[in-house]
Design a protein around this ligand. Structure first.
Ligand code: SAH
Length: 407
């Protein structure tokens, strides 16, 4: 019999809406004993049992729901089923045909809170960010290996959010093949891990790259960029390892200027370009600079572009940062609009959880207005198809974007 997490009166509402997070403020008491990650039964103040969840005593998110079905046992078989279902959910997505990099598990939105898994070729990278995920590491890894047939599984549990759960960072090989005995190997120093995305090769650094090594959430949008690029003078801001830049070149851009403040990222971007001799390297320029300063310099030099990508890092991890983040989004979008030739396209994103779609659209509208330009939405943009959003968990919709035509 699992311990009971008893709620304050009225605090069961979010669970009725099947939201998987239970905040500490909703909890009246714990009946029984539970260690971090243990399964508890959440119970309303009137005694109704509501869900089975992972207990996390150090986090403000005191419990994350594994199942709203109280008959479900949370055991190895549970993870086998959920992981297999997540992998199967992606099997027939047309967007994934021929892609070697894909997200297999998108945490809460796949019914697996705190669990991320990305596949790069024959390697799976797993990231565990909650006490519950930590407890079930072995079951999750077994299930991933069975569902994918991948022999190589690397752990990148070094996300900052682990600290909020009282967990230390953990990285390293969980499963390895004789190819790289004793760890190290693919994606780190030594043999690089290379994936094809829309026919373009990218090296993925699973050991020290951002996230699990690559921004898979932008895969579908990078394909769209390629389709929009023929003959265009493209500016790609916050280019990281050249994800959008290489797709623009593959799509036939006349020129691609890419900016990032990280020299190692730019080196990797140039190396990625070199992996693709079919792309016209002489159409690409990499510039190490702060985007905020560089856009001003480009404006002062009267430069213009036909297509601009703005894909900045998370300016607002939570709502408390929204105001400062809004100013930053406004600034780059204002400069972006000013640098566009008449009728040019702006592909602009926010991956900030603390800035919702409505607010982001208002910020960009204000930027276009201040630039003295008329901007029309051609398309709303979101994360790739393998990053589903559970409607009961709007927090899963962190990536939003707009494709605008700017007159
Ligand atoms: N579009 C990329 C991902 C962008 S990640 C892709 O599809 O792969 C954000 C990038 O912004 C990082 O590479 C980081 O180095 C860079 N960055 C952060 N702040 C910056 C700034 N002020 N100026 C330039 N680059 C910045």
């Amino acid at each position: 019999m699992s311990a009971l997490l008893i709620l304050h009166p009225g605090r069961e509402r979010s669970l009725f809406k099947r939201h998987p997070w239970l905040f500490d403020t909703a909890v009246a008491r714990l009946d029984g004993h539970a260690r971090p990650g243990d399964t508890v039964t959440i119970q309303a103040a009137d005694g109704r049992p509501l869900a089975k969840a992972a207990y996390s005593p150090h986090s403000k998110i005191r419990a994350r729901v594994w199942s709203f079905d109280l008959a479900t046992t949370i055991d190895h078989a549970f993870f086998k089923r959920r992981v297999a279902a997540a992998v199967a959910r992606r099997a027939h997505l047309p967007e994934l045909a021929g892609q070697q990099g894909l997200r297999l598990i998108h945490a809460e939105s796949d019914g697996l809170p705190g669990i991320i898994a990305d596949q790069y070729g024959d390697t799976v990278v797993v990231q565990l960010t909650s006490a519950g995920a930590e407890k079930w590491r072995a079951a999750i890894v077994d299930a991933l290996q069975k569902a994918t047939g991948c022999a190589r599984i690397y752990e990148r549990s070094d996300s900052e959010v682990r600290g909020l759960e009282g967990l230390e960072p953990v990285t390293g090989w969980l499963r390895d093949t004789p190819l790289s005995p004793g760890g190290g190997g693919a994606g780190g120093e030594g043999e690089p891990l290379i994936i094809a995305e829309h026919g373009v090769l990218y090296a993925v650094d699973i050991v020290s790259g951002h996230k699990t090594g690559f921004y898979l959430d932008q895969r579908d949008n990078r394909r769209m960029l390629a389709a929009l690029s023929p003959g265009k003078r493209v500016l790609n801001c916050f280019c990281y390892t050249g994800g959008f830049s290489l797709q623009a070149l593959a799509g036939g851009a006349a020129s691609v200027l890419s900016i990032d403040s990280s020299q190692p990222a730019l080196q990797q971007a140039a190396a990625n370009l070199a992996l693709n001799p079919q792309l016209p390297a002489d159409h690409a320029e990499w510039r190490c600079a702060n985007v905020f300063d560089e856009l001003r310099k480009l404006k002062a030099a009267n430069e213009t572009f036909d297509l601009i990508v703005l894909d900045p890092p998370k300016f607002a991890p939570s709502a408390s940062h929204a105001e400062r983040a809004s100013r930053a989004y406004k600034d780059i979008n204002l400069l972006g609009c000013k640098l566009l030739s008449p009728g040019g396209l702006l592909m602009t994103y926010s991956c900030s959880g603390g800035v919702g779609l409505d607010l982001f659209q208002k910020i960009v509208a204000a930027a276009a207005c201040d630039a003295g330009r008329t901007a029309r939405i051609v398309k709303r943009l979101q994360g790739s198809a393998d990053h589903p959003v559970d409607l009961a968990f709007p927090e899963g919709e962190y990536l939003k974007g707009l494709l605008l035509q700017v007159d």
